[in-house]
Design a protein around this ligand. Structure first.
Ligand code: C5P
Length: 246
């Protein structure tokens, strides 16, 4: 049996905090205000286009595991080079669009295979952006329900060498069934328990619900970073995950 401290550590390890801020100084200040260290911190397009790889090097040097969420979607050669560069600067997770196709995904995988296992980032496929609904998806040219497309693209990502996918909480169960227990599922759209009804997002859940459904990691932004006390909000979320892990 795990002790309370171990359980809480295991719960923190499942949380990825999104550093959706404009400048490196704000990101570093935010990380300090978290108190405890989450499993990973996420650098997305907003921070990366402002600060470049320097902020990633600084976060890695400070001992953080970094999720670089730039959702690559380009010809295979370019995506492969970008993934290799990301591995070189020390990130632990990277995203590529599964709809970039099998050759692009395989090229990304092959580029990462050149790194020793310890330094090789895990490759995650983005299936359907959670901002798209069924009607919009149809206009893009993808018939069928959102979830059918999510599962189809996740299986393509898995066959093409991805380690996992990004998925809305509502798709986690279907993905676990389709892709098995070893496939990573990383879930954004997380709200604090009391915030749930106030949200205008349809495909959201609490962190504990997402973990109970089978997610490996939850990605949380504003529910923690926008709280008066980010440290307290992170702690409450970790407690709820620890209870879900029992
Ligand atoms: O909404 P929140 O502030 O928690 O978002 C944190 C991160 O999760 C964002 O950086 C965004 O990339 C991602 N996200 C997403 N789909 C959503 C909501 C957020 O991919 N529906």
């Amino acid at each position: 049996m795990r002790s309370g401290v171990d359980r809480l550590q295991a719960a923190h390890a499942r949380i990825i905090v999104a550093l959706d801020v404009a400048r490196a100084s704000q990101a570093e200040q935010l990380v300090k205000r978290l108190g405890a260290r989450p499993g990973l911190v996420k650098v997305g397009s907003q921070l990366f286009t402002a600060e470049g790889p320097r902020i990633i090097r600084r976060l890695v040097k400070a001992g953080h595991r970094v999720f670089l969420d730039l959702k690559f979607h380009d010809i295979p050669h370019i995506v492969a080079e970008a993934c290799a560069n990301a591995a070189q600067i020390g990130v632990s997770l990277i995203t590529v669009h599964a709809s970039g196709g099998p050759r692009m995904l395989q090229a990304a995988r092959a580029a990462l295979q050149k790194f020793p296992a310890r330094r090789r980032p895990r490759l995650l496929g983005v299936t359907v952006l959670t901002s798209l609904d069924g009607a919009e998806l149809k206009r893009v040219g993808f018939p069928g329900s959102v979830q059918r497309n999510v599962v189809r693209l996740a299986r393509l990502a898995q066959r093409s060498g991805c380690d996992g996918v990004i998925a809305a909480p509502t798709d986690v169960k279907a993905l676990r069934r389709a892709c098995g227990k070893d496939f990573l599922i990383v879930t954004p759209g997380i709200r604090a328990a009391g915030q749930r009804r106030a949200s205008d997002q349809a495909r959201v859940a609490t962190a504990a619900e997402a973990i109970r459904a089978g997610a490996d990691y939850v990605v949380v932004g504003r529910a923690v970073t926008g709280a008066r006390s980010p440290a307290r909000a992170l702690q409450v979320m970790a407690d709820s995950i620890a209870a879900a892990l029992d």
